[in-house]
Design a protein around this ligand. Structure first.
Ligand code: AMP
Ligand code: MG
Length: 430
């Protein structure tokens, strides 16, 4: 019997054979969850110009240096700078330009006084609302005088060009997964469409004479094919495009035909039929189709009978058919490959937590323990779910993570730190 490989070594073997997918240009509106293929570098600064942080008046700090509520400084309002509509002239001594938040700071101005700290001279007695006046565009050439009731130090309420992003800055690095903030940042620097890695193309094959499509009535000895839903869903959540979901009977010819088609994808995943039963034809079919074995059997429970090999750049996984084993082995070996293939970092799905309860096991292999994650005052706690059988799919329903208890651990006490592989439940628009 082939010697089983440890799970970390198995993962390394898989990742060492990953070839990143090709680069394609995708509009930002469709790029959620993709991985950027290049460093995104800003051509210019953001914001592109000095601008106002407040609604108010652009002034020269020296003009209002002595202003106070008791002795306001009167300035002539000579123009207006609105968002998207810069003022038509520069600011001179003794002048103010009405300005709104985000609007260009006029030449000659070096500070902004908040509208709340001003009063329009003409309307002083009438409780005039300068904010309304600003909004309605009442200020203009030859207009009003404004009374400034506070001093404004140099640069007050001014946002400098490039405070957020400077010219030449790398805003999003190659390999980053594009979430809302990354998409916003790319939009800000005008990188649309963006070069991202293609979604890895995944073909799924389920195998077994006992399997019936979920919508069909069951025959004698039949069960419903749940892996045909579970595995494609896992693949999509990992950023893949599922190009086919096929089923094959436990029969050599049919198995070979189905796997032959699946090996055309970037990643072929066959579920079940990979073990050593008399009617398990998957390994033989893969060998006949020219797929070369890298490992067979891993020191993992559930998920021991896992096969991995390659044909050219295609990765082929033979996963055990048990509904839980298939999910565990997918998350442990296939998902890292899919993320890496799309240019991402599989380690982003790994973290640590403290075990909520002691866990005991033999020291022959690692256990992937389905856990619920709960936050306490010290951080995340992984609580093993009660029913850990590899056939108990319902035990996955409440699971947030797999706690990876190493092969050599006989017992992990409550409170000990354990590595966890996070399940992704969100759909990221896929
Ligand atoms: P196998 O790996 O083919 O020996 O299957 C192991 C166990 O998983 C058996 O109980 C199968 O009936 C079950 N099984 C295999 N494939 C599926 C599937 N696609 N959906 C649900 N159960 C399956
Ligand atoms: Mg089978």
């Amino acid at each position: 019997m082939a010697r089983a490989i440890g799970i970390e070594a198995a993962r390394r073997e898989v990742l060492a054979r990953v070839r990143p997918t090709a680069v394609e240009e995708v509009g930002l509106d469709l790029a959620l969850g993709r991985h950027l293929a290049v460093d995104a570098v800003a051509a210019g600064p953001f914001q592109p110009f000095d601008n106002s942080a407040m609604d108010g008046f652009a002034v020269r700090a020296e003009d209002v240096a002595g202003a106070s509520a008791d002795s306001p400084v009167a300035l002539e309002v000579v123009d207006e700078s609105r968002a998207g509509h810069p003022a038509g002239r520069a600011l001179g001594p003794g002048e103010a330009i009405a300005i709104s938040t985000g609007a260009v700071l006029p030449d000659g101005a070096d500070a902004v006084v908040r509208v709340e700290d001003t009063e329009r001279e003409r309307d002083r007695a009438e409780r005039f609302d300068p904010a309304a006046s600003l909004r309605d565009g009442a200020y203009g050439p030859g207009g009003e005088r404004v009374l400034v009731a506070v001093a404004a130090p140099l640069g007050a309420n001014v946002r400098r060009a490039g405070e957020d992003i400077s010219a030449g800055e790398t805003v999003v690095r190659a390999g980053m997964e594009l979430g809302p903030a990354e998409l916003g940042a790319l939009a800000t620097i005008g990188l649309d469409p963006a070069p991202v890695r293609r979604r890895p193309r995944v073909a799924v094959v389920t195998s077994g004479d006992e399997l019936t499509a979920p919508g069909r009535a069951l025959g004698p000895g039949g069960i419903r094919d749940s892996n045909s839903l579970t595995v494609p869903a896992l693949a999509r959540l990992a950023g893949a495009e599922v190009v086919s979901v096929d089923w094959t009977a436990d029969e050599p010819e049919a198995t070979r035909a189905a796997l032959g088609r699946a090996l055309e994808a970037n990643v072929a995943i066959v579920c079940g039929g990979v073990s050593v039963g008399e009617h398990d034809y998957v390994k033989a079919a893969l060998a006949e189709l020219g797929a070369e074995e890298v490992f067979w059997r891993v020191k993992l429970k559930p998920g021991g009978p896992t096969w991995f090999g390659t044909r050219g750049d295609t990765l082929a996984f033979g996963l055990p058919g048990n509904p839980v084993s298939v999910m565990v082995t997918f998350l442990t070996f296939v998902r890292p490959a899919l993320i890496a293939m799309a240019g991402g970092d599989p380690a982003t799905r790994r973290t640590t937590a403290r075990l909520g309860a002691a866990y005991e096991k033999p020291t022959d292999r690692a256990h992937a323990v389905r856990c619920r994650l709960e936050l306490d005052e010290h951080g995340w706690v992984a609580w093993p779910l009660p029913r850990q059988g590899s056939h108990v799919l319902t035990s996955m329903l409440a699971a947030d993570a797999l706690a990876l208890v190493p092969a050599e651990s006989a017992v992990m006490e409550a409170g000990e730190t354990v590595e966890v592989e996070l399940l992704d439940r969100n759909t990221m628009g896929r």
